[in-house]
Design a binder for this molecule. Structure first.
Ligand code: UD1
Ligand code: UDP
Length: 386
């Protein structure tokens, strides 16, 4: 039988973290010919992950430039993919999540009447400007996708509401849990001495990340000022903030948080040290999507510095709280967890609503079923709490 040619397209750090386990799984199946195209919307932050998972890309559009706008990415990726898809003519293209690479990858495939599979489909915040532009990217990609891999039942329901036929949706869990389980180790030793020398037992270590476009400007200034004041008021905490490489964010973080003894601004970490740092942390402050999925499995309370979330499952399970972006809220909510053991314990449960580590396998089995190469539809992933 002719092999199914599957081209996986991704370009940013979180897409890579979630797509690499899938690429590795695709490579295991003799029925599949796997091709990988990086858009390189990110560069260093992407390469770190691709190297860690030992994925060998077939194409690299190398589009990243400093100060790139959404339009820059869209135009370059669309043009670059035209040539690659025309040459390879895959049976299906797989895109992931909600970035510009995701939407444009799906559009480029549609233009050549190539089928589109959307991994991490069906997340919705209900506000097209938050997260921006991700919520619109998701909706547009749903319209372009032929087959949808929804991490959870809630995501499935969102797709049904949007008019997607149920036969085109598979509930797989999120591949981020596959990635996470492959790298967390209780006895992990960092290469970075600063991280090894932190006293995780006696200090309350707060891991922070912040990068979202809708937080740029005043909200991010407020977030950073809130964290600075929190550190002044709580001398026993240590904040570790691996700063996103976006120059705008680096500059603001340095200006507001740069000269505090108990705040460590560091370069983005490789995935392995980063999740092991999460595993040693007391509390997580973030506006990231992926971290909201990972940290609950590690039993870490997460305060989400956004006005909404498209990932309500962990909020319902009680380990995530969406606290908005005002300085006052950030200080009040973090202080509550730092200084009140009962409040901390309520959020400390390890829950695992986003996957059981088999999402990549379910996705590949679903693909084979969809293309008639397997008789049985894979079983849907069901949320389980640890
Ligand atoms: C992008 C995605 C966002 C995702 C985030 C994950 C869009 C519009 N945004 O946002 O959905 O949550 O990635 O991190 O798709 N940079 C580097 N090196 C890198 C990566 C970035 O120097 O490896 C700098 C560059 O100056 C670049 C800037 O960061 O121009 C912004 O990158 P971009 O991909 O446009 O946006 P993100 O904010 O990273
Ligand atoms: N991450 C990482 N190194 C870091 C910070 C984050 O590997 O220094 C990982 C994190 O574990 C998660 C992903 O990057 O899997 C989240 O990416 P990001 O916050 O950039 O994007 P989002 O998830 O918000 O789209």
């Amino acid at each position: 039988m002719k092999k199914l040619k599957v081209m996986t397209i991704f370009g940013t750090r979180p897409e890579a973290i979630k797509m690499c386990p899938l690429v590795k799984k695709l490579e295991e199946y003799k029925e599949i010919e796997s091709k990988v195209c990086l858009t390189a919307q990110h560069r260093e932050m992407l390469d770190m992950v691709v190297k860690l998972f030992d994925v060998k890309p077939d194409y690299d559009l190398n589009v990243m430039q400093h100060g790139q706008t959404i339009t820059d990415i869209t135009v370059k990726v669309l043009k670059g993919l035209e040539e690659v898809l025309n040459k390879e003519k895959p049976d299906i293209v797989l895109v992931h999540g909600d970035t510009s690479t995701t939407f444009v990858g799906a559009l480029a495939a549609f233009y050549q009447k190539i089928k589109v599979g959307h991994v991490e489909a069906g997340l919705r915040s209900g506000n097209i400007y938050s997260p921006y532009p991700e919520e619109m990217n998701r909706k547009l990609t749903s319209n372009l996708a032929n087959i949808n891999f929804a991490p959870t039942e809630g995501n499935y329901n969102n797709l049904i509401k949007a008019g997607v036929d149920k036969k085109d949706i598979f509930i797989t869990g999120n591949t981020v849990i596959d990635a996470l389980l492959s790298v967390v180790k209780e006895d992990y030793v960092f290469e970075n001495d600063l991280l090894n020398n932190i006293d995780y037992k006696n200090k309350k270590v707060v891991v922070m990340t912040c990068h979202r476009r809708e937080n740029w400007g005043k909200p991010m200034e407020d977030i950073f000022t809130g964290v600075k004041e929190l550190c002044e008021e709580n001398k026993e905490i240590e904040v570790v903030f691996p700063v996103h490489l976006n120059p705008k964010i680096k500059e603001l973080a340095n200006n507001i948080l740069g000269d505090k003894d108990n705040i460590h601004l560091i370069e983005p970490l490789d995935y392995e040290p980063f999740v092991n740092l999460l595993n040693k942390a007391y509390l997580i402050l973030t506006d990231s999507g992926g971290i909201q999925e990972e940290a609950p499995s590690l039993g870490k309370p997460i305060l989400v510095m956004r006005t909404e979330t498209e990932r309500p499952e962990a909020e319902q399970a009680g380990t995530v709280k969406v606290i908005g972006v005002t300085k006052e809220n950030i200080k009040a909510e973090a202080n509550l967890l730092l200084n009140n053991d009962n409040e901390y314990k309520k959020m400390e449960n390890a829950v695992n609503p986003y996957g059981d580590g088999t999402a990549a396998q379910r996705t590949v089995e679903a693909l084979l079923y969809y293309f008639g190469q397997k008789n049985e539809r894979p079983q849907d992933y069901k949320i389980h709490l640890l």
